[in-house]
Ligand binder design. Structure first.
Ligand code: NAD
Length: 359
């Protein structure tokens, strides 16, 4: 008999299909089946040779199922997670884990009481672009880092599905912001956030944010910007990281990370350049001999380690990679972002860094 953990994917839509493929590819989990509220999605599952559970209750009643992965629209995450934990299942939930810290705390309380695992699918911890900037920050080569910018910009507007509706937990902060916030907390592990300032865009959607600019002010003076746009026909770089002794850039998510590092602060003479209104020496590029370049290559990553870790965590052989404390911290940042947008001003943020990230 197989010793693999058995999983049911709840919500067989776009991301549910991703989970089905990747659960199997991870090699340590058996797919027991899927469940979706839409009959046509269940029919599609059958056509794809996947067992389709007739109801969510049938999933919970199946004693052979170890855990479920929730891949429904966001407003369903809390009730489905709590019902599954109460039924003795472990739970992986898609991001954003919930729509508020209050909801998240309710789930964590049930997970603690039932002794079941609960985590969220922060799969973008395995993105090479993020990992390269994390390496750059931690290398110390940039000197004191003064600002980091992380962006995703598209030009196709906010998707026309549930993501455009507040009642479903739509909007770009919940959709993309959570990934970029989680990544920023993985880059800057050593500092606490002091203030949060956010502006939400409503360019094509009045109901939810269709883009945003979120600035985090950290202890010691570091400022980080997280920006998502859906009406950007030209994109700014994916990542930009600046320190006193160097600058790094990941121009596009497919690229390597290019560092330009300072060889000598003293030897910084430059030939003036002509700008619109005249000469400038301050803004002239440095003489090339005072700087040098390094490339951080794209690391080889395996996103299936998320599922492998979860299977090991069920057996008590590993600690879950995405912890409750990390989920609470990023959820509180999103709440602070909404609060800041509502008043049009920065809000204070009570924080302590969590330094237990393994990825
Ligand atoms: P989708 O609309 O493509 O699919 C959602 C599916 O859930 C639909 O088939 C729908 O019928 C079903 N559903 C709705 N309510 C349900 C319920 N109560 N019980 C069972 N099934 C139900 O949406 P999607 O793009 O797959 O997004 C689903 C979730 O995955 C969201 O939370 C989203 O934020 C997340 N997501 C994560 C990533 C990632 O990279 N981690 C990427 C995309 C989406």
């Amino acid at each position: 008999m197989s010793t693999k953990k058995r999983c049911v994917v709840v919500g067989y839509g776009g991301m549910g299909g991703w989970h089905v493929r990747h659960i199997l590819a991870a090699g340590v989990i058996d797919l027991a089946g899927v469940y979706d509220i839409k009959a046509e999605r269940l029919e599609l599952a059958r056509e794809n040779g996947i067992y389709a559970y007739p109801s969510f209750e049938a999933v919970l009643a199946d004693q052979t199922v170890d855990f479920i992965t929730i891949a429904t629209p966001n407003e369903w995450h809390k009730p489905l997670a709590i019902a599954a934990l109460e039924a003795g299942k472990h739970v992986i939930c898609e991001k954003p884990v919930t729509l508020s810290t209050e909801e998240l705390d309710e789930i964590i309380a049930v997970a603690n009481r039932t002794g079941r695992l609960f985590t969220a699918h922060q799969n973008r911890r395995w993105d090479p672009d993020y990992q390269m900037v994390r390496i750059a920050y931690k290398s110390g080569k940039l000197g004191r880092v003064t600002n980091i910018e992380s962006r995703y910009q598209g030009s196709r507007g906010i998707p026309g599905d549930w993501r455009g509706k507040k009642e479903h937990g739509g909007g770009m902060i919940f959709d993309w912001g959570i990934h970029l916030i989680d990544q920023m907390l993985g880059i800057v592990e050593d500092l606490a956030i002091k203030r949060v300032y956010c502006h939400c865009d409503h360019i094509t959607n009045d109901e939810v944010d269709d883009g945003f600019k979120l600035d985090l002010y950290w202890e010691g003076g570091l400022i980080t910007r997280i920006e998502v746009g859906t009406t950007n026909f030209i994109s700014l770089p994916r990542f930009y990281i600046a320190g006193v002794d160097g600058t790094g850039i990941v121009a596009d998510w497919k690229d390597t990370c290019r560092l330009v590092l300072c060889r000598s602060w003293e030897d910084r003479d430059a030939t003036p350049v002509v700008t619109a209104a005249g000469f400038t020496k301050t803004m002239a590029p440095r003489d090339e001999k005072t700087t040098y370049e390094e490339i951080i290559e794209r690391p080889v990553v395996d996103v299936h380690n998320f599922y492998r870790n979860f299977a090991d965590a069920i057996d008590g052989k590993a600690t879950q990679i995405v912890t409750h404390a990390q989920l609470r911290r990023s959820m509180r940042i999103m709440e602070a972002a909404f609060a800041s947008d509502a008043i049009g001003a920065p809000v204070d943020f009570a924080d302590s860094p969590t330094c237990d990230r393994v990825i």
